[in-house]
Design a protein around this ligand. Structure first.
Ligand SMILES: [Zn+2]
Length: 362
């Protein structure tokens, strides 16, 4: 299982898929699901769905395909590009980053986010982070005309140059571990569901535009009206020297569930998980002898916040893998956490039967 997840993860990380431009990622996943014999469909926004029929409360298990990045805002006369930020791009991790501009009919174009020559940097500038409005991208072309001829236009997507490699033993670093690791885990769960004899109905959704507006998956939830929603994404690892005030989540410490999330800036939303689902995952973990970590902090959100309010209300929980250095071009996860997360999900789904209660009064 570890090798399969590793293989999928690395391949998925190397595919560019800015929010709103998830087509290549979807195509990889669609192919993999079709090879398993699963029937897929894609909705108008680009969400990919496959359903495993069954009996009992219906589950929507979802994970996002998109990644953050930029949109080209302006092409300067001398060929440099100005960009708009798409998603929570950390400006202080941008200087000297390699980027890729996917071109629909190819070839994709390499670029670099520039960094002012050190010899010309004043003492005041040395410790200053440039706001994204002031950065520019060099694609090695000399004029606006050359840029346009290469197929680059205002509105084109830009992502970190995709990269993925092993760090130490069993750790993977690179771009968009958030949330291609979730996609790789969900694929592994699909491999199990396609072969099972019984169990609850599961709608597996690979969603769009999570990094952009957190609502790309909403039409799917509105159409499926699931009883239960399980969302897969990173859980912030807090075991680095700069993070340990925030919690107790360790990389390679096993999968984690979020007991509380909240974001008050602009969105005002969050998820407090349904108690039946918290008990389910705790019980499953204990019976499977699998560790499960708990996360509770504000500052992060997933699209589950919106899914939970659909229809009559959806019993919801955020489940995930510990990850370091979120939204940088070198995020880090541990393959053993991904394997255990897949096993935990398979075990938990298996324990949801017709009598599984979502009542608040029992
Ligand atoms: Zn994510």
């Amino acid at each position: 299982m570890k090798n399969r997840i590793c293989d999928d993860l690395i391949k998925l990380m190397l595919i560019p898929g800015l929010s709103g431009y998830e087509d290549r990622v979807r195509s990889y996943l669609d192919n993999k699901l079709s090879q398993l014999g699963a029937k897929t469909s894609t909705d108008r926004l680009g969400n990919l769905l496959t359903t495993f029929p069954g009996e009992g409360p219906s589950i929507m298990l979802f994970t996002h395909m998109d990644q953050l990045g930029f949109i080209i805002r302006k092409i300067e006369e001398n060929g440099f590009l100005r960009v708009e930020r798409l998603g929570g791009v950390p400006e202080r991790a941008l200087a000297s980053q390699a980027v890729l501009i996917p071109i629909r009919d190819g070839p994709d174009i390499h670029g670099i986010i520039t960094n002012k020559s050190h010899h010309a940097t004043s003492p005041e500038e040395k410790y200053k982070v440039l706001p994204y409005k002031d950065i520019f991208v060099d694609v090695g072309l000399n004029s606006k005309q050359e840029v346009l001829s290469a197929g680059i236009q205002i509105g084109n997507p830009v992502v970190y140059q995709p990269q993925a490699y092993e760090l130490g033993k069993d750790r993977i670093t690179g771009t968009s571990v958030d949330d291609r690791a979730g996609c790789a885990v969900a694929l592994e769960v699909a491999r199990n569901l396609v072969n099972r004899d019984s169990g609850p109905p599961v709608h597996l959704v690979f969603s769009v535009q999570e990094e952009y507006n957190l609502r790309g998956v909403l039409p799917m939830a509105q159409q499926l009206l699931p009883d239960i929603a399980i969302q897969l994404d990173l859980i912030l690892a807090t075991d680095t020297p700069d993070m340990n005030e925030r919690g107790d989540i360790k990389l390679a410490g096993g999968p984690a569930m979020s007991m509380f999330s909240f974001h008050g800036r602009g969105t005002l939303n969050g998820v407090i998980p349904h108690p039946s689902l918290v008990s389910l995952f705790e019980k499953t973990a204990s019976e499977m002898d699998c560790p499960i970590q708990r996360s509770a902090h504000s500052g992060a959100l997933t699209d589950l916040s919106y899914v939970q309010h659909v229809g009559k209300g959806v019993a919801a929980i955020d489940l995930g893998f510990p990850m370091r250095y979120s939204h940088s071009s070198r995020e880090v996860c541990d393959l053993n956490d991904l394997v255990q997360l897949a096993q935990l999900l398979i075990g938990a789904i298996d324990r949801i039967d017709k009598n599984f209660s979502l009542s608040r009064n029992s």
